[in-house]
Design a protein. Structure first.
Ligand code: NAD
Length: 461
């Protein structure tokens, strides 16, 4: 029986990063993964392939819509979807190979198969070829999440699809209906719209991106409509059927619609099946997540859980931070993740990024705040880029001026937010950001100007 100080089940961003940190701290580590390649949903079928597709489809859209104004005339633009998907697959392979390399470099033993915790300190790895028993002082569950559908909708992997298939459609659908105006719906809806599909997004709430700052969500809706995406808000999908050629989507109180393909993007659920939790007596919460204490320890001593299987946003970077903190807590007793400062990014064009509290949350909590807003339109670099849609909004405490939330819609929002996350991590005031020198001409100046604008001192407007 192989023995390790630590066995991690799941080699996604939470699990593999925890494994690396544990190896750095001197643990003997084993990691169990049921898929052929390492990296989890994010690397194999999530963040990485979708970003590759977003990049290719953005270039395709740009060459048709934006080159002309630069004086670049292109006579014929053809889409070679096979090459585009092939490039995406290469990007994924480089990343999964990269994770495998990191495991090797850090002398982490990789076990391929389904990990089951048979008792505290014991993991059995079930694979087609063999059953391997592992002994471990500590076990971390990092099994991530998978697509959650809704009542009346059963994805068949053919015409009724999830993000797993929507990163690999072999032809551009004529009409793609996306159920859910959340992150996946908007990112993958954008990809297929740019590649030529008619895309209709059906969203249950009266807003897309529910939970995001509502001013930014409204701006986003306007921009996406301008790009040709179609929306039905307040549309609760109650059923989807397929006759093998097309799909019919039933919407509560509205006319049914037809589509060539459906993408179900209504959220994800924690992966806890097959882990042996029931036999261990490890109870889940109402939403199927594993409850943990502030040290990531479950109700069973020496079994820990991190990432999408525990409460908190289902985001790769949150899972990574969980993983590092969990391992450091095991080793040193010290480790921390600030869940108020987990940035969230939607990789549409333009990007949408946020950190901290929204205006709605501040109002609900009765916290008085000042608001500074600066539009991309007033920034020289944005004009030179031809990317003038969007704004940066900074919310700061009225009494202390401490930054409480930052919300950005605009090109490179995902990169611009990083500065403000760092500032907020250090407890910065809006004046701290406003008095920091930002190079000219950069988009980062929009952040500075928004901070200046918190006290009415913006310069370029
Ligand atoms: P989501 O929760 O972001 O959005 C789901 C949407 O579906 C919601 O707006 C919801 O109101 C809507 N919905 C639910 N039931 C419906 C119904 N019956 N009819 C119509 N609409 C309905 O979920 P997602 O987009 O599937 O993403 C899943 C998870 O993956 C999220 O936690 C997300 O944060 C994460 N993710 C993150 C990124 C990123 O960080 N860029 C990218 C992809 C996924």
């Amino acid at each position: 029986m192989a023995k390790h100080d630590l066995v991690i089940i799941g080699a996604g961003p939470g699990g593999y990063v925890a494994a690396i940190r544990a190896a750095q701290l001197g643990f003997s580590v084993g990691i169990v993964e049921k898929e052929e390649t390492l990296g989890g949903t994010c690397v194999r079928v999530g963040c990485i392939p979708s970003k590759a597709l977003l990049e290719s489809s953005e270039r395709y859209a740009e060459i048709q819509d934006k080159f002309k104004e630069h004086g670049i005339e292109v006579s014929a633009v053809n889409l070679n979807l096979k090459t585009l998907l092939g490039r995406k697959n290469k990007v994924v392979k480089a990343n999964t190979d990269g994770v495998a390399f990191l495991m090797k470099k850090n002398k982490i033993a990789v076990y391929k198969g389904l990990g089951e915790i048979t008792a505290p300190g014991n993991v059995t790895v079930h694979s087609k070829e063999a059953e391997t028993s592992l002994e471990a002082e500590k076990i971390i569950i990092a099994t991530g999440s998978s697509v959650a559908s809704i009542p009346g909708v059963s994805p068949d992997g053919e015409l009724i699809t999830t993000s797993n298939e929507a990163i690999d459609y072999q032809e551009v659908p004529g009409h793609l209906v996306v159920i859910g105006g959340g992150v996946i719906g908007l990112e993958l809806g954008s990809v297929w719209k740019r590649l030529g599909a008619k895309v209709t997004v059906l969203e249950y709430f009266d807003t897309i991106l529910p939970g995001m700052d509502s001013e930014i969500a409204k701006d986003a809706l306007k921009i996406f409509k301008k790009q040709g995406l179609e929306f039905q808000l307040g549309a609760r999908v109650k059923g989807v059927s397929s006759d093998g050629k097309s799909c019919t989507i039933e919407i509560d109180g509205k006319d049914a619609i037809k589509a060539d393909r459906v993408l179900v993007a209504t959220g994800r659920k924690p992966n806890t099946e097959g882990l042996g939790l029931e036999k261990l007596g490890l109870a889940l919460d109402k939403r199927g997540r594993i409850p943990v204490d502030e040290h990531f320890e479950t109700s069973i001593k020496s079994i820990y859980a991190i990432g999408d299987v525990i409460p908190g946003p289902m985001l790769a970077h949150k899972a990574e931070e969980d993983g590092v903190a969990c391992v450091e807590l095991i080793k040193t007793g010290v480790g921390h993740v600030d869940y108020n400062l987990v940035p969230a990014i939607v990789y549409t064009h333009p990007e949408i990024a946020s950190v901290g509290q929204t205006e709605e949350q501040l109002k609900e909590a009765g916290i008085a705040y000042n608001k500074g807003v600066f539009p991309y339109m007033a920034n020289g670099r944005a004009r030179a880029l031809g990317e003038t849609d969007g704004k940066v909004k900074i919310l700061a405490d009225t009494k202390t001026d401490r930054v409480l939330g930052v919300h950005i819609i605009g090109v490179s929002a995902g990169d611009l937010i990083a500065e403000t996350v760092t500032a907020m991590t250090f407890g910065a005031s809006s004046e701290d950001i406003a008095r920091t020198i930002h190079a000219h001409p950069t988009l980062a100046e929009i952040v500075k100007e928004a901070a200046l604008s918190v006290h009415g001192n913006a310069l370029h407007i």
